[in-house]
Design a protein around this ligand. Structure first.
Ligand code: KG4
Ligand code: ZN
Length: 396
């Protein structure tokens, strides 16, 4: 991808009224490479829509894990529609996401979900300025469904294509309600697959400060829920029963790693819960079946407290390191009330106090609003993808 300076005059055969690119590609006069040309044409389109002072509508598509989602967002923050087909029921009995099942379900749902998002937004394809898709990180077999749909729409509707990093999009969802962001900011993204801290200076260039070296926070919630024989996804189930438990009942370990480390490790807490339920030698049966509801609630509350404690302390370290004025929180685990409250308390009690921006609950877990919202910034910067776009399991 390239940032290009638009000069419509430089594009041979570019028809500014129809905004079509085919003629340009077909032109014998054209010596530019297809991706450079696509960039120039896209920027010419931006210049066109901006001169008309029309808002920029982006169709976002998200299929990185177990939610098939599409949304239309205007100017990066006006949500015109958001449709999510969740696969939770399909994966529930396996206690986690099964990639092949996820992929097949995305294929079934992608067309109806996109159609509904466009209908709900009350727009036609002509009102859509670009197609954005999360192409990394995630399950490759799941990502490919969204990427293929987005490339097909970009080609057949003749729209620019934008490639979005799913994690950076989670971070963007914390920005939906805020017009005035005080920088520098620390962003904590806590999801089922990732736990990351970023130094956030601009939506387009978050710098990774630290991430988990083993399990993600959401993954730990899901695995502990499995040990406690609670339903999948584990986060909401643990949060619910933890309300009846004592967070100080059991002292589960808090892995802080090196004193200046901004990385995370959650496999130790998960193993500690397993040992607690099956005995130190792991020879005993899982005692959960014979425990009282109060004992299970105590385990859930103590586990949740340990995870929240680590997340907040590491975020505080990051805040001190970059002298942040704002903390952003996003990702599925950001729906957790204990985490929100503890981070708020940390932000209020540091001197000077920090501002906490949390993603609205409906945009914490996977959705396409965050994809379309971040895509707006890429659109304005002219950072377009071309039809060679591929899904990538990791963002490294
Ligand atoms: O961001 P997300 O929808 O998908 C990924 O990108 O992974 O996050 C899903 C994760 C799951 O692990 C789920 O258990 C966790 O978010 N989660 C929660 C809560 N709601 C969802 N964890 C703790 N408390 C919650 N209320
Ligand atoms: Zn996610």
């Amino acid at each position: 991808m390239h940032t290009l300076v638009a000069n419509i005059d430089n594009i041979p055969n570019y028809d500014i009224k129809s905004k079509r690119t085919q003629d340009v590609f077909a032109s014998p006069k054209c010596t530019l490479s297809p991706s450079r040309l696509t960039g120039l044409v896209c920027l010419a389109n931006i210049a066109l829509v901006q001169t008309k002072e029309k808002s920029i509508n982006i169709l976002g598509i998200e299929t990185s894990c177990d939610e098939t989602a599409a949304a239309v967002v205007a100017d990066g923050r006006i949500v015109k529609s958001s449709v999510i087909a969740s696969q939770t029921k399909l994966h529930e009995k396996y206690g986690g996401v099964v990639p092949e099942i996820a992929s097949r379900a995305h294929i079934e749902k992608i067309y109806p979900v996109i159609t509904e998002a466009i209908e709900q937004a009350n727009v036609s394809k002509d009102d859509i300025d670009a197609i954005a898709v999360a192409n990394q990180p995630g399950l490759t077999v799941a990502l490919i469904v969204g990427v293929t749909a987005a490339k097909t729409l970009a080609l057949t509707w003749d729209k620019p294509l934008l490639a979005i990093n799913h994690l950076h999009a989670h971070l963007q969802s914390a920005m939906l309600a805020e017009a005035d962001l005080q920088l520098p900011a620390v962003a904590l993204i806590v999801s089922g697959g990732h736990t990351c801290l970023y130094d956030y200076h601009s939506p387009l260039e978050p710098k990774l400060l630290g991430s988990t070296i083993d399990d993600a926070a959401g993954e730990a919630f899901d695995k502990v829920a499995n040990i406690l024989k609670l339903p999948y996804p584990g986060g909401p189930a643990i949060e619910k029963i933890a309300k009846n438990g004592n967070p100080d009942a059991i002292k589960f370990p808090r892995s802080m790693l090196a004193p200046d480390s901004l990385d995370f490790s959650f496999s130790g807490i998960k193993t500690a819960v397993l040992y607690y339920c099956r005995g130190q030698d792991m020879k005993g049966e899982n005692k959960v079946d014979s425990m009282s509801a109060k004992q299970i609630a105590d385990i859930a509350a103590s586990f949740q407290a340990a995870v929240v404690d680590v997340l907040v302390k590491k975020t505080q370290r990051a805040v001190e390191k970059i002298n942040a004025k704002t903390v952003l929180l996003g990702g599925g685990v950001a729906a957790n009330t204990q985490l929100r409250t503890a981070l708020q308390n940390m932000c209020d009690s540091t001197m000077p106090a920090k501002k906490l921006l949390v993603a609205p609950k409906q945009y914490c877990t996977d959705n396409a609003v965050m994809v379309a919202s971040l895509a707006y910034h890429k659109f304005k910067a002219g950072l377009f993808a071309d039809l060679t776009l591929e899904p990538k399991a990791s963002s490294k």
